[in-house]
Design a protein around this ligand. Structure first.
Ligand SMILES: *Cc1c(COP(=O)(O)O)cnc(C)c1O
Length: 384
């Protein structure tokens, strides 16, 4: 007897591996088709077929990727954008003018820069808090009148871990929404909506796609309704939807998401343990290490690996920029979550006003052989 997959309880890894596709019933193709049309002809009654009108609203391949993403996040719906920043900007654009937003004082640089700019223009009010201090969020929320709490976990570039359930409780107690940037955790290991977040955000450029060949962003929501419809409308009007080809590459990337994430997490843990006791390194910032201040929360909230992101602090006086230039395997590039390992001197990237320590090296650990990666870092540290 043949068993239809719908009769089985499938794990998220299985569903992602098949991209919720199985086969094209007409051709038997085991890979989803790609739809690149920018416009869609109406039927004989002059109605849109299957709701598709124009690609700036979305299209079949974008929608397919969104269904896979909503499944990964356990969401009522997902919306895909041409970059993570486009998704974040659309979200802030959906708030009333003057809305009060609360966000960490250290977090992904681009989103924080956008919030500061909008606050300077009087478009929204911004209060920042120290996400490493669990009492800081309730304190700023007591200030009142907060529409949205944006947070991130683990947070760039210290990888502090934010307790999503506690943050949701604190936000909801004052009638605010909680949106969590889970880019570095990915839905493989952290289910932000199940923990109480109203929305989860990912830069799809990173783990979700995993091959450093597209930019993309996604918002997934616990509830659909008027606010969600408004976000979709904003995406159409701003023209910030992902294109069909990128959506197809993203679907392809998501099929290997779980194995890539598992391997990157295992590699990062090996590297973190190795360099924790290294004479040229003063600290390893990785939520998977028991020495990390966020480890207890991470152990509860990151259920299938601590991810591939970690930072090394070289001893003071060391030229960390020089180490970032001396690796042969780690590529000296920004971004994260790809199959290839990257090393970055954050301070140089963020500029002189950045509060990131000059000795901090951010690693995005890929899926290469862990011994090769360790040997590469060792030879780079020899230059010190
Ligand atoms: C990359 C990134 C973003 C922004 O996404 P883009 O796709 O680069 O626009 C937001 N948050 C985090 C944590 C990121 O790593």
């Amino acid at each position: 007897m043949s068993r239809k997959p719908s009769q089985l309880q499938l794990s998220p890894a299985t569903r992602a591996a098949q991209a919720l596709h199985r086969i094209n019933e007409i051709t038997g193709a085991v890979v989803p088709d790609i739809a690149l049309a920018s416009t869609f002809a109406r039927d004989a009654e002059y109605n849109p077929r299957q709701s598709y009108i124009y690609a700036r609203d979305g299209g079949p391949t974008v929608e397919h990727a969104e269904v896979v993403l909503a499944d990964l996040d356990g969401a009522a719906g997902s919306l895909l954008f041409g970059s993570g920043m486009a998704a974040a900007v659309a979200l802030f654009e959906s708030l009333p003018v003057g809305a009060h937003v609360v966000a960490p004082n250290v977090m992904y640089h681009g989103v924080l820069t956008w919030l500061h700019r909008q606050a300077a223009r009087g478009i929204l009010r911004l209060t920042t808090f120290d996400a490493a201090d669990p009492s800081a969020l309730p304190r700023v929320l007591a200030g009142g009148d907060v529409a949205l709490v944006w947070t991130e976990t683990p947070i760039n570039p210290n990888w502090d871990v934010v307790d999503i359930a506690a943050s949701a409780k604190a936000a909801h107690a004052v009638g605010a929404k909680l949106v969590v940037d889970c880019t570095a955790a990915s839905p493989c290991t952290t289910q932000a909506l199940a923990l109480g977040a109203d929305m989860v955000f990912h830069s799809a450029t990173k783990y979700l796609n995993g091959h450093s060949d597209i930019t993309g962003g996604v918002l997934s929501t616990a509830k659909t309704g008027a606010e969600w419809d408004e976000l979709r409308k904003i995406r159409t009007l701003m023209g910030s939807v992902m294109a069909g080809f990128e959506a197809w590459l993203l679907i392809r990337g998501m099929r290997t998401l779980f194995v890539r994430f598992e391997r990157a997490s295992a590699n990062a843990l090996r590297i973190a343990r190795y360099f924790e006791a290294h004479p040229k390194i003063t600290a390893v910032l990785y939520p998977g290490l028991p020495s990390h201040p966020g480890h207890a929360i991470a152990a509860r909230q990151m259920l299938h690996g601590f991810g591939g992101m970690l930072s090394l602090l070289a001893h003071s006086g060391a030229d960390a920029r020089h180490i970032a230039r001396s690796t042969q395997l780690f590529l000296p590039a920004t971004s994260l979550g790809g199959v290839e390992s990257l090393i970055e001197h954050r301070k140089a990237v963020e500029g002189p006003h950045s509060i990131v320590p000059d000795t901090l090296l951010r690693l995005s650990v890929g899926i290469e052989d862990a011994d090769d990666l360790i040997a590469d870092l060792e030879q780079a540290l020899e230059h010190l």
